[in-house]
Design a protein around this ligand. Structure first.
Ligand code: ADP
Ligand code: MG
Length: 519
């Protein structure tokens, strides 16, 4: 064979191999995790993110931050996915998961430098993750998951978030009430709880609406603004003068003929309104246009009408009130009607909203979030969203664990005990996993201005002596004690998911030793 070099890649593609590839991937992953570290816990700081069009988001939420950041590096993107899957699966713990993943990578880097093979690290991490999941199960509290405990779960998830003028405790009550409302023998219908935001009042005006809220105004000023005990129809029909399929032109040669043509039109429109009124319906929603004259007739008949509804809102109303959607006016019958205890409309500084309360079919509820500015309202919406998720998660599984780093301390302790019995270099990887989990209590300490190492040492000692020890923040005070006594608790599933998704991403990144990028 001649000395001709063999090119299998195009000239423009870039290739990094071996330790270089590992290092740059690990560095990128670590950098992403590092970027959200300071937002963890009750004393976490907020970030202000400005996108290319100048829109500003101010948030403390890990998933939101990583989502808004324009991250390109593929390994970094995998850490973003950790927080995304955390958000999807359990709705909270997104910063925790990303920070753990970043530290698993940092520990792996050290091991690689000590010549521990990547596959040994991967095996060790998987082994440690298994031990961690068993340890989480051991941390589950014996206590019944009652309203008081659920409120603590909600409050713990909101501590440190921008909740406007409201305290997390005040919001927690609303959140638990909402989730209890959608609980049945089949579980928790989390999707039946919506959050609707409206800028303009102080956040203390935030309330639970026993139904749904949509951005709609009545089709006519003179329609009733409130209907009680309402039968409801949803139409997918245009209520305008019918235009023919073919363009017909006809010549009018007398004023009588013109009047007759106009009368026929009026007749047709009035006919629509009469058909609707005669059907006995009180409130009409239609996904199509309504001619102003039809709206005026309907107003005279006292039928509250909302026109041009979005498909999504139409579905929401159907599912909340039990109304079936009707595709032709002639088919409108009482058996298609839904029902609600009350429908009312209200104007908030130029925005018109319709409240459909006490729907017959579903148990839908809406947390109606108020706040002085759009930023306050958005962050409040995220905090409430997280709280709804954790309460639903905790209620469904019935499993709650101590927060404030106590569970992570306990898991790390279990892993270290188990590591002693593991042979070979894998033991190093298992221990490294425990060290990586320490990042949670260390970061909680660092974010409260404490020395992370001292705090970690004290926490471990307290854990050894008392069995349950977290770094609890209450107002200005930071104490090492049993978090359960202070009501700092998280759903067990949030910890499980964080361990699993962080392990998955870190091991995937560590295994890569060749990056081939097309131009
Ligand atoms: P994440 O995105 O991971 O949920 P958070 O900023 O919400 O990040 O912080 C969650 C962590 O804060 C959890 O470990 C939780 O136990 C802890 N935590 C919540 N309230 C307190 C508190 N009062 N004192 C100490 N830690 C708390
Ligand atoms: Mg949280």
């Amino acid at each position: 064979m001649g000395g001709q070099p063999l090119f299998i890649l195009s000239e423009d593609s870039q290739r990094t191999q071996g330790r270089d590839a590992q290092s740059s991937n690990i560095m990128a992953g670590k950098a992403v995790a590092e970027s959200v570290r300071t937002t963890l816990g009750p004393r976490g700081m907020d970030k202000m993110l400005v996108d290319s069009s100048g829109d500003v988001v101010i948030t403390n939420d890990g998933a939101t931050i990583l989502n808004e950041m324009d991250i390109e590096h593929p390994a970094a993107q995998m850490i973003v996915e950790v927080s995304e899957s955390q958000e999807e699966e359990v709705g909270d713990g997104t910063t925790t998961a990303a920070v753990i993943a970043g530290n698993l990578l940092a520990e792996a880097e050290d091991l690689l430098e000590q010549d521990v093979h990547a596959t040994t690290i991967v095996e060790g991490y998987h082994e440690a993750a298994r031990i961690a999941l068993e340890a989480v199960a051991e941390q589950v509290l014996e206590a019944d998951v009652d309203d008081a405990l659920l409120e603590q779960v909600a409050e713990s998830s909101m501590t440190g978030k921008g909740t406007g003028g409201l305290t997390p405790a005040e919001l927690a009550e609303t959140v638990v009430e909402a989730i209890r409302h959608v609980e049945s023998d089949d579980g928790v219908a989390r999707d039946d709880v919506s959050v609707h935001t409206q800028v303009g009042a102080s956040s203390s005006a935030t309330e639970l609406v026993p139904g749904i809220v949509i951005d709609e105004e009545p089709a006519h000023d003179e329609m009733p603004s409130e209907v009680e005990d309402a039968s409801i129809a949803i139409l997918d029909v245009e209520l305008e003068v019918r235009t023919g399929e073919v363009d017909a032109e006809y010549t009018i040669d007398s004023i009588d003929q013109l009047n007759a043509a106009l009368d026929a039109e009026e007749q047709e429109l009035r006919g629509y309104a009469e058909t609707i009124a005669d059907s006995g319906v009180d409130v009409l929603f239609t996904t199509d246009d309504v001619d102003d004259r039809v709206a005026a007739y309907l107003a005279k008949e006292g039928v509250l009408t909302f026109a041009d509804l979005g498909n999504k809102d139409a579905r929401k109303i159907a599912s909340a009130t039990g109304a079936s959607r009707v595709g032709a006016l002639a088919d409108l019958e009482a058996e298609d009607f839904g029902h609600a205890d009350r429908i009312r409309t209200e104007t908030f500084g130029g925005d018109d909203l319709a409240f459909v309360e006490g729907g017959a079919a579903a148990e839908a509820v809406t947390v109606f979030v108020r706040g002085g500015t759009a930023h306050v309202v958005s962050e409040l919406e995220r905090a409430i969203g997280d709280a709804l998720d954790v309460v639903a998660t905790a209620l469904e599984s019935g499993e709650v664990v101590p927060g404030a780093g106590a569970t992570e301390i306990a898991i790390a302790d279990e892993i270290r005990s188990a590591a002693a019995g593991i042979e070979g270099r894998k033991q190093l990887a298992v221990n490294a996993f425990a060290d990586a989990l320490d990042v949670v209590p260390r970061t909680l300490a660092g974010n409260t201005g404490q020395d992370p190492i001292d705090a970690l040492v004290d926490l471990r000692a307290a854990h050894e002596a008392e069995g349950r020890a977290g770094l609890i923040t209450q107002g200005e005070d930071v104490t090492i004690d049993d978090p359960v006594e202070y009501g700092v608790v998280d759903p067990a599933d949030v910890k499980r998911e964080a361990v699993e998704s962080a392990t998955e991403a870190a091991t995937m990144i560590v295994r890569i030793d060749d990056v081939i990028a097309a131009e």
